[in-house]
Design a protein around this ligand. Structure first.
Ligand code: SF4
Length: 261
């Protein structure tokens, strides 16, 4: 079996393969030389792993603690949940199968520092995990937006996980994977999207019950767009002295939730 030589120790360049000159000036690898490793493990993975992608675009981060920061969004296709107020139903189906190589090349083309992997539910595709790791290896500041129903235990430690806990008004409360809570780290964030006072009271209960503000750097409270008046939610948070971050989705204010913005 022929394989390409590995880089010399301490070098990024491929190693030099000993060659024999043939008549006519052509060369071939010396007999008996076993040439090692066609591609590095990560390059091999990047060329064989595929993901189904709805869109990749460059915009301003619309929420979380990085709000307003230029960011590349990689939106994976598919979601096992059906939140009644979901604003990305177009990502439930369709999309295009892309190799990890092609995805990384497109992300690199934006020359951004921040990358957010989102969906749909990105963790519904197992190959989301190598995508996250490859992005971290390339030096990006990576965040993952996940709906809270999938296991986050194997997500690369360097990724800032933004995990939803679905309130009753979403219709998906029963799918919250509470086993994820012990896996939350200080650089992670927990997000509640709230449709009414009942949702707010439930979120307040969850804060206490699971000591969420002691586990993660930010707990985010957002009103469901067009349903809960933002001022009402802000007043409740202030009245209760809750140590959470109120947020509105910037992309909705700027571009009225236009796709790809
Ligand atoms: S988890 Fe996210 S993508 Fe899935 S239905 Fe809920 S809001 Fe939509």
């Amino acid at each position: 079996m022929w394989e390409r030589a590995q880089p010399a120790k301490g070098s990024k360049a491929p190693g030099r393969i000993p060659e024999t000159k043939e008549s006519g000036g052509r060369t071939r690898p010396q007999q008996g030389v076993r040439i090692r490793a066609i591609l590095s493990p990560s390059a091999f993975r990047a060329s064989t792993v595929e993901l189904r992608i709805t869109e990749i675009f460059h915009s301003l981060q619309g929420e979380s603690r990085s709000v307003g920061v230029p960011t590349v969004f990689v939106r994976l296709t598919g979601c096992p949940q059906r939140c009644v107020w979901c604003d990305t139903e177009y990502a439930f189906q369709g999309g295009e199968k892309r190799s990890l190589d092609a995805i990384l090349e497109q992300v690199d083309g934006f020359s951004a520092r921040y990358v957010t992997v989102t969906g749909g539910e990105p963790l519904a595709q197992p190959n989301c995990l190598p995508l996250l790791t490859e992005l971290c290896d390339r030096g990006y500041q990576v965040s993952l937006e996940t709906g809270g129903a999938m296991d986050i235990a194997d997500v690369d430690e360097r990724v800032s996980v933004v995990m939803d806990l679905k309130a009753p008004g979403s219709g998906e409360q029963h799918n919250n994977r509470l086993e994820n809570i012990p896996h939350l780290r200080p650089h992670h964030q927990v997000k509640f999207v709230l449709a009414d006072r009942r949702d707010y009271d439930w979120a307040r209960f969850m804060l206490d019950q699971h000591n969420l503000t002691g586990r993660v750097s930010e707990v985010l409270f957002s009103p469901v767009h067009g349903q809960l008046p933002p001022g009402e939610l802000a007043d409740w948070i202030l009245a209760d002295r809750l140590p959470v971050r109120f947020q509105l989705q910037l992309h909705k204010l700027l571009w009225n939730d236009a796709r790809g913005r």
